[in-house]
Design a protein. Structure first.
Length: 201
């Protein structure tokens, strides 16, 4: 199988929805109650003019994706991002998540973002260990914050500094500009090195 990391396109959205749907319907990893429609995802993708959305392909099929988005909408927050990642269960433990996060976090830092946050519904030891391996630290815990599937769930916020805090930060680069830079291509290449693309029965 050939592995590839690249920016998401509208043609990827049916695969992205298929990956995400079981997490919505079967888990509290996401607090979404209903899977998004393709129209919802198209709108979300179009809005990502400054926040990367990456997919991992194995042999031409999308098996995982990761993206960043604003933490909050007010201007003062614009150098911080919230990250999300989902991988098809059939392709977990093959470096897909590590490859996507390696590329995503590097690109975010190069764009000019300073801080990345991840929100984890607990208990979720694998996600916590994964984020710790990337240098994230626990920033706070909110007990019984969300109710889903008949239970109350705690939520933790995890944080990682992407680059030193400048005294007078420049605006983060737009995705269209970032994709023209050599570091974009290099970040994707470093990410794909983590993906196990060997054929499995």
């Amino acid at each position: 199988m050939a592995a590839r990391l690249r920016a998401a396109t509208e043609s990827d959205l049916p695969d992205i929805r298929e990956i995400y749907e079981p997490f919505v319907e079967q888990t509290a990893i996401t607090f979404a109650s209903d899977p998004p429609t393709l129209s919802d995802l198209e709108t979300k993708l179009r809005k990502k003019t400054h926040h990367p959305w990456l997919v991992c392909e194995l042999d031409g099929s999308v098996v995982g994706y990761a993206y960043a988005g604003p933490v909050r909408e007010r201007d003062a927050y614009r150098w911080s991002v919230e990250t999300s990642i989902y991988v098809d269960p059939d392709f977990q433990r093959r470096g897909v998540a590590r490859g996507l996060y390696t590329a995503l976090l590097e690109i975010l830092g190069q764009q000019g973002y300073v801080t990345a946050y991840a929100v984890v519904t607990t208990p979720n030891p694998p996600s916590i260990a994964f984020h710790e391996s990337f240098g994230f630290e626990r920033a706070g815990r909110f007990e019984r914050m969300g109710y889903k599937h008949g239970s109350w769930h705690d939520v933790e916020w995890w944080v990682r500094t992407l680059r030193p805090h400048p005294d007078d930060p420049d605006e983060p680069l737009a995705i269209a500009t970032a994709q023209t830079r050599q570091w974009w291509t290099e970040a994707l290449a470093r990410g794909v090195e983590h993906v196990d693309d060997t054929e499995r029965n």
